[in-house]
Structure formats: C-alpha cells, structure tokens
Design a protein around this ligand. Structure first.
Ligand code: C2E
Ligand code: CA
Ligand code: CA
Ligand code: CA
Length: 280
C-alpha cells in the first residue's frame, strides 16, 4: 500500500486494466472490514482550481483500495456493491473521517482547502448518516464551510422529495452541496434550482470532448450561463489539457478539475501541489 501511495501519479496511469471481470468484485465486499482495519482503503485528493484567482481552493476525496492480492482497485469496482449491500454507510464515514481530518490539518498549516466527499443518494435521508455528520461538525473537528457533499444528479431525480429533504438538512448544517455528474441524467437546471445546492459539476463526458464537439461546447457553455443565472457556481471535471482549461475560462466557468490541473494523489503529494500553486 505504501508503495502505491508513494507513486500516486504513475499508479493512476497504469492500473485500470484490472476492471472488468465480475466474480472477484463480488467477493471483495466481504473483505471491507479487514481492508478498513488494515488501511488498505485510503483517500486520494484531486485539486479544484479557482479559474478566477488561479488558486487551488478545494480537493475532492476519492477512495482507493490497495488490495494485498489484487493490487489497486478503483471505486467503480466496489462502490455499486456496497450501495447494494448497505455497507456504503461505513465506507462513506471512513472516507469522511479521513477527509475532515485532512482538511483540518491543512487548515492548521495555513491552507483553507475545502474538501469534497461523494455521498450516494440513499444516504442523504438515512438517519444514521445525517446524525453522524452532525456529530462530526458539533465536536468542532472541521468548520462546515470547509466541507462539500457531492451528490449525483440522477440521485436527486429518483426521489425528489426525499433528496430535497436530505439536502436541506446538510445545507442547514452549513455544508456546501454540489450536484455531481451534471448532464448525465434527465434533470434540467430549472428543476435543480429548487435544491439548496451551491454548485453544479459538469460531467467529464462533456468536457473531455469539448475541443472537437460543437454540441458538447454548446452544452457546456449554455449550462454555465444558465447555472450562473440561477445562482450556482460551476465546476468542470475532466480538464485534461491547457486548451480545454482556456476554453472553460473564456466561457466563465468558476472551477476546474482534471489531470491537467492535478491527478488524484495521496495527501502528502497534494501538499506539494498547494506549495507549487503558492509559488506560481
Ligand atoms: P466522480 O465523482 O464523477 O469523480 C470523478 C472521476 O473522474 C474520478 O474517478 C477521477 O479520478 C476521474 N478524473 C478526474 N480528472 C480526470 C481527467 O482529467 N480525465 C479523466 N479521464 N478522468 C478524470 P474515480 O476516482 O475512479 O472515481 C469514480 C467514481 O467513484 C466517482 O466519480 C464517484 O462517483 C465514485 N467515488 C469515488 N470515491 C467515492 C467515495 O468515497 N464514496 C462514494 N459514494 N463514491 C465514490
Ligand atoms: Ca464527485
Ligand atoms: Ca463525473
Ligand atoms: Ca459520480
């Protein structure tokens, strides 16, 4: 595990091959407790750049599993199973605890980095989760302004009433809410405007191809304009090169995330990104 952490960037490049076969993925979930106890599960941080100030102001927490036999495993290979068997609550709290601790540590070092945690839809209204988050804020381990909860767009559509209710609870705690994977679901921004979210994240499927696709360009541009009219900040994910970054800047996008800015890396490498940023 340590070795993988050491070589975060390289590792990110070469280990997607493992995904695909199903049987081993099903047996993985049985190993969750052991993996958490052994810290084989860990959190990578990917920077979010403020396009106006050109500063790294936030980090998305992305879970990784460095399995002793299987090697490095990405979340798409185990999150869906954990959502089905109910263990997603434990995994989310595991990630949340580490992310909050990390953000507080950065805070103490003088860097106000807002940390974003991905939360699966069913957890939004789950009492155990809502209470656990409240407890963590009440004990003062992190100021709520430094915490974002990212919720996928489709989630807010499946059961709009309950999603709204759950989001209100977190918004009332002072947590920033973000609509993730925008554009992949059915929702219109005029529907989303009723949610107490502060930002929308345009899914990388539109951003990756923005240079060559006039329709993706139009989609991104109009989403940014309308989102702004409705009072949302806009984050673009999947920014893989400088040309895309420049395009987004011209379109008035607020924040950018992607390999061009920084890959998801272990916390200790993230610190180097902030340091470079401060020197630039
Ligand atoms: P997401 O929330 O949409 O996260 C963005 C994904 O895009 C991440 O994949 C990230 O590594 C990847 N990415 C970032 N920049 C670029 C880029 O420039 N180009 C390309 N091609 N990809 C980029 P990752 O880390 O494999 O995570 C996949 C999904 O797993 C996430 O999608 C999120 O929905 C879920 N996930 C990750 N961590 C957690 C977690 O702690 N809890 C829950 N519930 N879900 C998680
Ligand atoms: Ca996300
Ligand atoms: Ca996405
Ligand atoms: Ca997602």
């Amino acid at each position: 595990a340590d070795q993988a952490r050491e070589h975060g960037a390289v590792w990110e490049d070469h280990s997607r091959e493992m995904e695909g076969s199903l049987d081993w993925k099903l047996s993985l979930v049985g190993e969750l407790d052991a993996a958490m106890a052994a810290e084989d599960l860990w959190v990578a941080y990917q920077p979010k750049l403020n396009l106006r100030t050109k500063r790294i102001v936030a980090a998305e927490a992305l879970v990784r599993w460095t399995h002793p036999q299987r090697g490095d495993i990405y979340p798409d290979s185990f999150i869906p199973q954990l959502e089905k068997n109910g263990r997603i609550l434990d995994l989310t709290l595991y990630v949340l605890d580490r992310a909050m601790k990390q953000a507080q540590h950065w805070r103490e070092q003088g860097a106000a980095i807002n940390v974003a945690v991905n939360v699966s839809a069913p957890l939004l209204t789950k009492r155990g989760f809502v209470d656990a988050v409240r407890e963590r804020l009440d004990d003062g381990r992190l100021s709520p302004e430094l915490l974002t909860i990212e919720i996928t767009e489709s989630a807010s559509m499946e059961d709009p009433e309950r999603a709204l209710e759950g989001m209100r609870r977190f918004a009332d705690m002072g947590i920033r809410l973000s609509i993730d994977d925008y554009g992949t679901g059915q929702s219109t921004l005029s529907y989303l405007k009723h949610l107490p979210a502060r930002e929308i994240k345009i899914d990388k499927s539109f951003v990756l191809t923005i240079e060559d696709s006039a329709s993706d360009q139009a989609m991104v541009r109009s989403s940014i304009d309308l989102a702004h009219e409705l009072g949302f900040d806009v984050v673009a994910e999947g920014v893989e090169n400088a040309a895309i970054l420049e395009m987004l800047r011209k379109m008035g996008c607020d924040y950018a995330q992607g390999w061009h800015i920084g890959r998801p890396v272990p916390a200790r490498d993230f610190v180097k990104l902030i340091a470079q940023d401060a020197a630039a």
